[in-house]
Design a binder for this molecule. Structure first.
Ligand code: ADP
Ligand code: MG
Ligand code: MG
Length: 486
């Protein structure tokens, strides 16, 4: 067990911990680390604190800076993949045959390509997630878990958690540790990307449309970024797929209007899971309306439906696995071996399950040592991956059929566990053995061929009990945290 800077006698002092927990919850509320409740997800009459750790968690300084420094390279990589239709076509060829959701996204992407449209302004907001694999010599290596290219969340709340941990540490008598909690402001970083794209779109009236889910528990996370935009006098509206389907149309210049408002940017905070798309309404809307010309899923000059499919596909687990093949990164960064090295250094082992001898080898390897791997389908949002005995169960069922191509296999990253308390509404307090995942936000804007903005937009540490193999904050497993650099 690694020390998290908090001595075990403090962690075991029940009276002190009880006091600190009260202080911590109030501090979260005072600092706006908020979430709506499960019971009333669409009302702010009663709200609670977003789940978080009592103490910050240790992150080695060099690895933390490595993660931040590689982010602008990842931004460029996502952009390059999104523009490279032949790579996407090749990389996803097997997956789309057996995975309906990815197949549907891909069909729309193909349709759009056939139209020969390209956008002059492209905005990308992503979050690359890592765990620190512990080496035998006690050091840790930064390993990417995945990159989220759509609806990457918690940048808003993560901008407000540092003050909570600073306060808790002071009350716990750890002033020096408190001073070491880093500032973090992904809200401003993400808003900077959005406002740059909005400026380039060039209409004061035009709004940023947040495409949101029906259940909006995490609205405060959105609001922080929204408010950054309002501060810059950029109007924001929030709508669901249904609203866009009902009232959206394109004018003769292919500008998108929703509820009569001109839309400069569609910011996807939804649309990453198959269940987000109802058959008649959304898939229908995207394909049919296009034919009737009432609304298309793309129009010039904005980050919208069109661009969404490109980046969403670029962020699939299958693409991640294909990028790890020898020579692939070199194709995207010719003449930049240092960039290739920096990105590749963050890759864990990733293995294809396509039909053929390579995929057969992957199956045999996974069945022999299931605890060393994670089996991943093409899904987002946590709770979809398979571990240990489940890997064997599923692989035994699909190993002879093309269905196995819906998955990829990945080395299981083994971070060093740390003791901490996870504070979540309705969950009894107990000392947990915890694992952390570091996310780094990226924002970029491309105008024609020029990258006019490419930045690391802040970080997010999430921590979960080691009883759970999988699952993020929204899935009810991980909680918000802050790195304490060691
Ligand atoms: P999602 O898009 O659903 O968030 P992830 O690939 O991030 O999918 O996996 C979800 C969670 O599963 C991660 O947050 C992490 O806790 C765990 N996980 C995923 N891949 C690995 C891995 N290679 N090693 C260890 N844990 C992993
Ligand atoms: Mg994801
Ligand atoms: Mg994830």
């Amino acid at each position: 067990m690694a020390a998290n800077g908090i001595p075990e006698d403090v962690l075991m002092d029940n009276d002190l911990i009880k006091d600190l927990v009260d202080v911590a919850k109030d501090s979260a509320l005072l600092n706006g680390v908020l979430m709506r409740t499960k019971e009333t997800p669409n009302s702010s009459e009663v709200v609670t604190y977003a789940p978080f750790t009592l103490f910050p968690s240790p992150v080695p300084e060099a690895t933390f800076h490595q993660a931040l420094a590689v982010q602008t390279h990842y931004n460029r990589l996502v952009d390059k993949i999104s523009q490279d239709s032949s790579f996407l076509e090749e990389a996803l060829a097997s997956t789309i045959k057996v995975d309906d959701f990815t197949g549907r996204l891909f069909n729309i992407y193909r349709h759009v390509l056939q139209e020969g449209k390209t956008q002059s302004i492209v905005l990308g907001l992503n979050r690359s997630d890592y765990m620190l694999d512990q080496n035998e010599d006690g050091s840790a290596s930064l390993k990417q878990i995945e990159i989220n290219t759509i609806a990457a969340s918690f940048g808003g709340l993560a901008s407000h958690t540092p003050n909570v941990h600073r306060h808790i540490l002071k009350v716990a008598g750890r002033l020096e540790d408190s001073k070491r909690i880093l500032d973090n402001n992904p809200s401003a970083g993400l808003a900077k990307g959005l406002s740059k794209a909005w400026d380039l779109y060039g209409s004061e009236r035009a709004v940023v449309l947040y495409l949101v889910e029906e259940l909006q528990r995490n609205i405060f996370d959105h609001r922080y970024v929204e408010n950054e935009l309002w501060k810059r006098n950029i109007p924001v509206i929030r709508r669901q797929f249904e609203d866009v389907a009902k009232t959206g149309f394109l004018d003769q210049d292919k500008r998108l209007f929703v509820d009569g408002r001109e839309v400069a940017i569609v910011y996807f905070r939804n649309g990453y899971m198959p269940q987000n798309y109802t058959e008649q309404l959304c898939w229908g809307c995207k394909i049919c309306h296009r034919e009737t010309d009432a609304i298309t899923y793309y129009h010039d000059n904005v980050y919208d439906f069109f661009f969404f499919f490109f980046t969403h596909l670029a962020g699939t687990k299958k693409v991640q696995q294909e990028l790890a093949r020898p020579g692939v990164l070199e194709r995207f960064f010719p003449g930049e071996p240092d960039v290739v090295d920096k990105i590749r250094a963050t890759f864990a082992g990733l293995y294809t399950l396509d039909m053929g001898p390579e995929g057969d080898k992957t199956v045999a390897m996974a069945l022999a040592k299931p605890d060393k791997f994670v089996l991943k389908p093409q899904r987002e949002g946590g709770g979809n991956n398979l571990y240990g005995a489940e890997i064997c169960q599923v692989l035994e069922g699909v190993k002879q059929s093309t269905e196995r191509m819906a998955y990829i296999l990945m080395d299981k990253v083994q971070p060093r566990p740390v003791h901490n308390y996870l504070l979540r509404l309705g969950t009894p307090l107990k000392l947990s053995t915890c694992l952390s995942e570091l996310g780094v936000f990226g924002a970029y804007v491309r105008h024609g061929q020029d990258m006019v903005l490419n930045e690391c937009a802040g970080h997010l540490l999430r921590t979960k009990s080691d009883e759970h193999s999988d699952g993020g904050v929204a899935a009810g497993v991980a909680v918000l945290d802050n790195p304490l650099l060691v």
